[in-house]
Ligand binder design. Structure first.
Ligand code: FES
Length: 433
């Protein structure tokens, strides 16, 4: 943790009264109260075109030189003055149906009436395996604690960590513990014999006292406001368990359907049993569930969160389309990549930090061209465009996206790309490398 005090808690305006703006390093942020919490958003819309935290309050409107920021729902909506997009102030999520765009959070820590910059908490930290439990056949649950005295970065249900394993492989695991516990991250790992080796390595190497490197925390699966159905297949329970728990705490009920083969192969059965409204389906005992009927049986407006095997995801997505339900999936396996526009063409790549220019051939990816040229500091994991590890900022040029990580709105922003599969549409592009 860098320990910088950003502001006094008392100076943050009450809910619905706008932001306290301040600077965290080189980044402008706005601190807002939402209920009893303080959230910090970068003072920039997702298009990086307009500041979103400025202005003065007049009634229920935050008025700025550019336009109006309109507050509604008891001060929980923030509106970009430039594009008119509205964002949930608590989650940063763009409120348009189907949109994956969101405001960018800045990590903060509130202690002793002060707000600290917590950017250093969320990346490149050593974690110690404090506990390992065999939770089901082929599934281990690991409790990871920080190797230093600083608390772990706060997270919201739906978040996952990117861990670097002893071999240097990077892998992503959903956080399935308690977000209120700032001393422990809990993950579960299914050993996949036909996988790429990460789960087998962790099953063999994960002993209490061993260290893993936390590269970063991401949340591409945030919980939106409203009514939900959580569908979890197999180890997919890790993606939705924290969400279902949080909903049960908030509303006293949580519609979670956990599907597993048998009790011996299914993890977190006790946790699911404690959730009011949760249902357990064991396929060896109960047969395969009718996922289409489950989706069709939800009330209109229900958002369906689905995490599980590919076949299940495909079925639930199709049912969502057929019955007009929004389906949000979390998948750590390759999804069909969108087709790129046109054939591969060579282009020149400028690396902004060194000023170096390298050629990217028609038959190689940006990542491969970087490695060929001796540039090895670009992170990567899946190298197939679905994990998000190699996300890189685009400073000039227009990317041709070929990944399945970015939402449509994020693609349209053209300000970042997955360099393991993405290319340039023109003859030259500059990346923040
Ligand atoms: S390495 Fe996984 S998206 Fe590029």
């Amino acid at each position: 943790m860098n320990g910088l005090v950003l502001a006094r808690l008392a100076d943050v305006p009450p809910p619905g009264r706008g932001a306290l703006r301040c600077r965290a390093g080189t980044v402008e942020i706005g601190l807002f109260r939402v209920g009893d919490e303080v959230v910090a958003w970068r003072d920039l819309c997702p298009h990086e075109a307009a500041p979103v935290c400025r202005g003065t309050i007049s009634g229920t409107r935050l008025v700025s030189a550019v336009g109006d920021y309109r507050y509604g729902r008891a001060g929980e909506i923030l509106r970009c003055p430039w594009h008119g997009w509205e964002f949930d102030l608590a989650t940063g999520q763009h409120l348009a149906g189907g949109s994956g765009a969101r405001l960018r959070a800045h990590p903060i820590e509130v202690r002793g009436g002060l707000i600290f910059d917590a950017a250093g908490l969320a990346q490149d930290r050593e974690l110690i395996i404090a506990e390992r439990v065999d939770a089901a056949a082929g599934v281990i649950v690991l409790d990871l604690r920080p190797a230093d005295d600083a608390p772990l970065a706060a997270w919201a249900p739906g978040a996952h960590v990117e861990l670097e394993l002893p071999s240097g492989r990077r892998r992503h695991y959903s956080l399935c513990g308690d977000p209120a516990d700032r001393a422990c991250y809990r993950i579960a790992v299914l050993r996949e014999e036909t996988g790429r080796g990460g789960s087998a390595e962790l099953h063999e190497a994960a002993r209490c006292g061993e260290r893993l490197l936390l590269r970063r925390i991401r949340n591409r699966f945030p919980l939106t406001p409203g009514r939900h159905l959580f569908l979890a297949g197999g180890i997919g329970i890790t993606g939705v368990l924290a969400m279902a728990r949080s909903e049960a705490r908030r509303t006293g009920h949580s519609r979670l359907v956990q599907i597993g083969r048998s009790r011996s192969t299914t993890a977190f059965l006790d946790e699911t049993a404690e959730l009011p409204g949760a249902e357990l389906i064991m396929t060896e005992r109960d047969g395969r569930p009718d996922l289409t009927a489950l989706v069709a049986g939800t009330e209109p407006g229900t958002v369906i969160y689905c995490c599980g095997p590919e076949r299940m995801i495909t079925e639930v997505k199709a049912a969502g389309e057929r019955h007009g339900r929004r389906v949000i999936i979390e998948s750590f396996v390759p999804q069909p990549a969108p087709a790129g526009a046109g054939d591969h063409r060579p282009f020149q790549l400028e690396l902004a930090r060194s000023g170096r220019v390298i050629d990217v051939g028609a038959d190689e990816s940006i990542l491969e061209a970087l490695h060929r040229s001796g540039v090895d500091h670009a992170a990567s994991s899946c190298r197939q465009g679905w994990c998000g590890s190699c996300e890189t900022r685009v400073l000039a040029g227009v990317p041709e996206h070929r990944d399945t990580v970015l939402a449509e709105e994020e693609r349209a922003d053209a300000d970042r790309m997955m360099i393991c599969v993405g290319r340039a549409t023109g003859e030259r592009m500059t990346l923040d490398l």
